[in-house]
Design a protein around this ligand. Structure first.
Ligand code: MG
Length: 451
């Protein structure tokens, strides 16, 4: 009798385990650099920055050469990644000030559904390690926006300006400051160690790890192990340490036998900060950088990895966006995409797993709340152009200037005179977009009154 019970229990255990394994949705890991340029990785053509781990990740996975952030600066870009929506819809953008500051009163609205909140409903353990930049007041921090755990700095690492009244840069654990000023040379190492610890602790359940690095945003810091090592100088040291971090995380997943159950995506929030000269990166063959709606401001060096699912060594030229990470993750977790609002992200599974077509046909380029340009297929029309920094005035183009990005990724040759039909088609898209757009009250505007 006892033997029968034991056998029945054993059978039940194996059935449950098998069902559990089959039903477990994949882990999702998003590795997010800050101000890394399109041309800053070995696998994206940099001649002197050494990135063997990202190169290996690309060799084992997929390089995406036409993948965009949703804004050319930090705060709106991150809001879009977290919500799958253009920042104009959530109000996380402003024409007056482009990002949140330590004296800002605003942050990500409570009404937004973050990727972490959505994945949590499917039983995911969720954690954020690094730079948040969606509001530093308690209600806006990660642990009040779907993350079980947070370790990092709440905004950019240069935001400790004494004359503005900024406090020393805080390093936080959940809602508490644990170090101020944060000791920056070891931030990359500490984010990495914390992320790996979390992955180990949650190996038996699905997890979502969001690792938005502090660097290579300036001021640049690397740990002793990486300092003065790169042929590219300090900027290279910093990127090479980020590369090391990627390698550590992928190796931890391999060691834990989780590699074939985990989608990892590496990308950046916006283009390189060109006005920082040698302390900023390069957008390679793309025009301009951070703050700009030329390609260098928003096209990001992107690598996706999931052994056994994503074809090894593949290169996708299909359009993709950080907002698509939201929709793709929810689909993988079998969570309904919110139906009560417009979601701009599309499901990238056909591109990632089957080298199929992308549902994404267009890219909207905003600077603050102003629509500057639209890409449709290979064509990009600029309605307004403006230098990223400095005193340059915006120039409105009527008709828009037009570039064929597949032929001319550097946006050098205006073809508007030759292709009025393409401009007409893009202007139809603009009209449709503006009709369905109900801009939210800007959260970033609220901080103006606090200054
Ligand atoms: Mg940035």
């Amino acid at each position: 009798m006892r033997q029968t019970i034991t056998l029945t229990l054993l059978f039940a255990f194996f059935v449950t385990s098998a069902v559990g394994a089959a039903e477990r949705p994949p882990n999702i890991v998003v590795l997010f650099a800050d101000d890394l340029g399109y041309g800053d990785l070995g696998c994206f053509g940099n001649p002197t920055i050494r990135t063997p781990e990202l190169d290996r990740m690309a060799a084992e996975g997929m390089k995406l050469t036409q993948f965009y952030s949703a804004a050319p600066v930090c705060t709106p870009s991150r809001a879009a990644l977290m919500t799958g929506r253009l920042p104009i819809r959530s109000g996380m953008c402003s024409d007056k000030r482009r990002v949140l500051f330590p004296n800002s009163a605003g942050g990500i609205p409570e009404s937004e559904v973050t990727i972490a909140e959505a994945l949590k409903t499917a039983g995911y353990a969720t954690a954020c390690f690094g730079k948040w930049h969606l509001g530093h007041l308690p209600q806006y921090l990660p642990t009040n926006n779907g993350f079980n755990y947070y370790f990092g700095v709440p905004y950019s690492n240069d935001m400790h300006v004494v004359r503005r009244g900024d406090p020393p840069l805080p390093l936080m654990r959940n809602l508490k400051t644990i170090e101020a000023p944060a000791f920056q040379p070891t931030l990359t190492k500490r984010y990495t160690a914390e992320a790996i610890k979390f992955i180990k602790e949650h190996r038996d359940e699905p997890f979502f790890v969001y690792l938005p690095h502090t660097f290579p945003h300036i001021p640049l810091f690397a740990s002793d192990e990486f300092l003065d090592k790169s042929p590219r100088g300090l900027y290279g040291d910093v990127v090479e340490e980020l590369d090391w971090s990627v390698g550590e995380i992928l190796q931890a997943l391999r060691d834990l036998k989780l590699a074939d159950q985990t989608l990892v995506i590496f990308t950046s929030d916006n283009g390189p900060w060109l006005t920082k000269k040698n302390e900023g990166g390069t957008a390679g063959l793309l025009r301009d950088g951070k703050g700009s709606t030329w390609e260098g401001g928003m096209r990001e060096p992107t690598v996706a990895w999931w052994p056994g699912q994503i074809p090894a060594g593949s290169v996708s030229q299909k359009l993709g966006s950080t907002m698509d990470i939201f929709t793709t993750s929810l689909k993988l977790a079998r969570v309904d995409v919110p139906a009560d609002r417009i979601i701009d992200g599309v499901d990238l599974r056909p591109v990632l797993f089957d080298s199929g077509p992308s549902e994404r046909k267009s890219v909207f380029y905003y600077r603050g709340q102003t629509l500057m340009a639209v890409r449709h297929g290979p064509w990009k029309a600029h309605l307004i152009t403006r230098p990223a920094y400095g005193r340059g005035k915006p120039v409105t183009h009527d008709p828009p200037v037009l570039y064929h990005l597949d032929h001319d990724p550097s946006e050098r040759f205006d073809l508007s005179a030759d292709h009025p039909e393409v401009i007409a088609e893009i202007m139809q898209l603009v009209k449709k977009h503006r009709t369905e757009l109900k801009p939210a009250a800007s959260q970033l505007e609220t901080m103006i009154s606090t200054q």
